[in-house]
Design a binder for this molecule. Structure first.
Ligand SMILES: Nc1ncnc2c1ncn2[C@@H]1O[C@H](COP(=O)(O)OP(=O)(O)OP(=O)(O)O)[C@@H](O)[C@H]1O
Length: 498
């Protein structure tokens, strides 16, 4: 990094200073020590021509993840990780079979930018107070987060700040757009701190496959499209760029499937928030602030959680009109006074949906799901809070046709009319219908894959066999479905025996 002669000269000078020091009388030492302690940093910085920039995993507020850290991590993985001897690999996308390579901790790599040489190193998480017990309400307070350190010659300072680092960010944005592997996050508690962990996420459903009323589906797709293109609109009207959806309906009507379709459509990550493992509002705040932009934040079965949240309000009436008290519901101490230290509160949750904290971050979709919309606290569903209330209902004929197309690859059949009538007379969920449309033996989609891969003459033969098999499967499945629906109709009209 610097010429050897220069450092040899510096070493000899230091040796001379040491000799002089040992010969000084004792009383001179005190004053000299003071002068030296103020001079050393100046001398060191004069002799050391290198400067450094630290990029910590969490920002100044410590709540917030530092996007610059992610940018550097991605940049180093793609540009110069090849120069490191210790790397880490993980499989990010099972479909592509391409491992994600990242720099291991304490590894140094060099990079060159417009002729300037610089060095990066990833430092691991470190305890801030070694040997001291820290009591902190703020999660992660006792730890110094992981950080990247960039070292460069001071003559490149301008270049690094004005060109190199912005180019790292640009590179990161381009790369993440191109190779984005969507992730499914879930929260858990480790060492009494809440944090997110994630797995690669490739939901198989698209809106084409989602069985529901076509007009309703069209409306949702339009709404999401307007949201995606809504940056200017939101800044013009001064609204946070976020949207809330409440999905409600019986189990098996496709609420989770809809979330997968939304994630596919938007290209967003999904954060599946488990409120039962969040300690208090401070914890919840940290989790929310740790989510990235362009994400869907999901709270499933909000009614179950919400009963716990609302029971803390003394004397509150439940949906059935009964007064809720501490004796017949889960008891969790709750009051606004202890908002931050006690438990998660409904107001704490709502402050992120449309309150003060909702302005932190943009391009967020909140999705709450429930099987019992009638049990929800009015505060949660009042107009303007969740932007869209979407009912996921039982399977009717239009939805059935979509399932028949996806599962059996057919658009018509002699049994369609009868099935349509039976679906109107029974309350059958799309999940139950879908269950009966899976052919036994080799699946149709596997066969069509075989067809794609076979040479032309074999493919012709296979194609004929495929059609015959598809028709046989459809006959078999639809006959089975008719039987199931007839049975369901009988059950729904037979009064229960007391
Ligand atoms: N509307 C639908 N369109 C397509 N497939 C569906 C639909 N509804 C259900 N299914 C099928 O049924 C399975 C279960 O549905 P899903 O988990 O989405 O229902 P849910 O409403 O979220 O149920 P729960 O309330 O129990 O979580 C899905 O994996 C999917 O295969």
């Amino acid at each position: 990094m610097a010429s050897v002669e220069k450092w040899v000269g510096f070493g000899s000078a230091m040796a001379g200073v040491g000799l002089l020091w040992s010969r000084m009388p004792e009383h001179v030492h005190e004053e000299a020590r003071y002068i030296i302690s103020s001079l050393v940093p100046m001398v060191m910085s004069y002799f050391n021509p290198y400067e450094q920039i630290t990029i910590s995993e969490h920002g100044e507020e410590r709540y917030r993840r530092n996007k610059m850290f992610d940018a550097v991590s991605t940049y180093l993985s793609s540009v110069c990780a090849g120069g490191a001897s210790k790397l880490k690999a993980e499989l990010r996308n099972n479909r592509k079979d391409e491992p994600l390579i990242t720099l291991d901790e304490n590894q140094e790599v060099a990079d060159t930018f417009e002729g300037a040489r610089m060095w990066w190193r990833l430092y691991p998480k470190a305890s801030r107070n070694k040997g001291v017990v820290t009591v902190s309400l703020m999660p992660g307070d006792a730890d110094e987060p992981r950080c990247f350190r960039l070292v460069f010659h001071r003559r490149h300072r301008h270049l690094v700040l004005n060109s190199y680092l912005p180019s790292v960010v640009r590179h990161w944005r381009e790369l993440t757009e191109k190779n984005r592997q969507r992730r499914l996050f879930t929260n858990h508690t480790k060492d009494r701190k809440s944090e997110w962990t994630h797995v690669p996420y490739n939901p198989p459903t698209t809106f084409d496959m989602l069985a529901m009323d076509p007009d309703k589906k069209y409306e949702i797709v339009n709404d999401l499209t307007a949201f995606l293109e809504g940056e200017d609109y939101h800044s013009k009207v001064g609204k946070a760029w976020k949207r809330g959806y409440l999905l409600y309906g019986p189990p098996g009507t496709g609420k989770s499937t809809m979330i997968g379709a939304m994630a596919n459509f938007l290209g967003y990550d999904v954060y599946d928030l488990d409120l039962t493992s969040v300690k208090n509002n401070a914890d919840l705040r940290k989790l929310f602030l740790d989510t990235t932009d362009k994400s869907i934040i999901v709270i499933e079965d909000i009614d179950a959680i919400e009963v716990e949240l609302t029971t803390k309000r003394k004397g509150k009436k439940a949906a059935n009109g009964n007064e809720i008290n501490g004796d017949n519901h889960v008891r969790i101490e709750f009051s606004d006074k202890y908002d931050d230290k006690g438990e998660v509160t409904l107001s704490g949750l709502l402050s992120f949906v449309d309150g003060l904290w909702s302005a932190c971050g943009s391009e967020r979709i909140f999705v709450f799901t429930t099987n019992h919309v009638d049990r929800l606290d009015p505060a949660l569903i009042r107009p303007g809070r969740m932007d869209k209330h979407i009912e996921m209902s039982y399977c009717r004929f239009e939805a059935f046709k979509m399932l028949a197309k996806s599962y059996l690859d057919i658009t018509e059949h002699s049994l369609f009319c009868e099935i349509g009538r039976l679906l109107d007379e029974t309350n059958t969920t799309p999940a139950d219908v879908a269950d009966n449309l899976i052919p036994r033996g080799k699946r149709n989609d596997e066969i069509s894959q075989l067809l794609d891969e076979a040479p032309a003459d074999v493919a012709n033969n296979l194609s004929l066999r495929y059609k015959r098999k598809r028709d046989r499967d459809a006959d078999e499945c639809l006959k089975g479905l008719v039987e199931i629906l007839k049975k369901a109709r009988v059950e729904s009209t037979t009064p229960p025996i007391n």
